[in-house]
Write a protein that binds this ligand. Structure first.
Ligand SMILES: [Zn+2]
Length: 303
């Protein structure tokens, strides 16, 4: 998502937009701006860069109160931190305008280098999956066909969901031991171990080559929920057996059916879901990003 402020800035600089950034040429430099948590990030690519040019940039940034920058190959990355208020767009615009004017004046006939092949050329901004870059026409054609081939290959991956699900269940077994150990021997809230199930479940799913897809992510959630519940019931059983001092299964089943015991188990399971849920949602968002089976290519569009 792009903050409205960035869109406004992009429009003023006559840039274009991709899914997460505004991009485009300002004079003979390529500009990419995006937002992060409490920050705006500017990446500026120039045709040439000498030590003298770097000095100029540092001086200009100091004037704007910016003391830190990262040098890229033929470019610079500047982070504008925003702890309380958004960084004034006018200031960012001023910095971009001044630096780009300087480079146009100094290297009037030179072009930016393609970010794939490195040859100076006329460039267009594209996003490949989540990476936005300025590339030449040749590289664009090449990557598009590469990505098409990869996406086509993806379609032939077998739907080995069952194997992934089983892998996820099997790998979660140590989580059950952790629950029992914490609960029975350390008297700790077993819910803490539920995070372990998520972590292990994902590993198991991957190890058993479960298909990387959204449905796969759903299966991991399902297996985690099943195993967390199972782990807690088992932990209660071990505790009850330990307190009875005999291995009396009939008695155990009788106690497990007592409403008060069931209520407590359900309460514990819910707390565990709440705790692992936070971690699971976090993991899931990551997975959804990484596991999008098809990579899409987008050309920067008008704001
Ligand atoms: Zn190229």
């Amino acid at each position: 998502m792009i903050w409205p402020g960035l869109l406004k800035l992009g429009k003023e600089l006559q840039l274009k937009r991709l899914d997460a950034e505004v991009v485009g040429m300002v004079k003979n430099c390529f500009v990419k701006i995006y937002g992060g948590q409490n920050m705006k990030v500017l990446e500026l690519f120039v045709p040439e860069i000498s030590d003298l040019d770097k000095e100029y940039i540092i001086k200009r940034l100091h004037e704007g109160g910016i003391k830190k920058q990262t040098w890229l190959e033929y470019g610079i990355k500047i982070i504008f931190y925003e702890y309380f208020l958004p960084y004034p767009l006018k200031k960012i615009k001023g910095i971009i305008f001044d630096i780009c004017s300087y480079f146009l004046e100094k290297y009037p006939d030179q072009k930016i280098r393609c970010q794939k092949c490195g040859v100076p050329n006329d460039l267009e901004a594209y996003s490949y999956g989540s990476a936005a870059m300025a590339v030449c026409g040749e590289c664009q054609k090449l990557s598009e066909s590469e990505i098409e081939a990869r996406n086509a290959e993806n379609k032939f991956v077998p739907d080995n969901y069952a194997a992934g699900f089983i892998g996820s269940l099997l790998y979660s077994i140590p989580g059950i031991f952790a629950t029992i150990f914490l609960f029975v021997f350390l008297n700790m809230l077993a819910a803490i171990s539920s995070v372990l199930y998520v972590f292990l479940g994902i590993r198991g799913y991957k190890k058993f080559k479960g298909k990387i897809s959204r449905f796969g992510a759903f299966l991991i959630i399902l297996s985690t929920m099943l195993m967390v519940g199972f782990g807690i019931i088992l932990a209660y059983s071990v505790l009850i057996l330990k307190e009875m001092g005999t291995f009396d299964i009939d008695m155990l089943l009788y106690i497990l059916r007592i409403p008060e015991v069931q209520q407590e188990m359900v309460k514990n399971i819910m707390v565990s879901y709440a705790i692992s849920g936070i971690y699971l949602v976090f993991q899931l968002i990551q997975m959804m990003k990484e596991w999008r089976s098809d990579i899409t290519v987008n050309k920067a569009r008008e704001i």
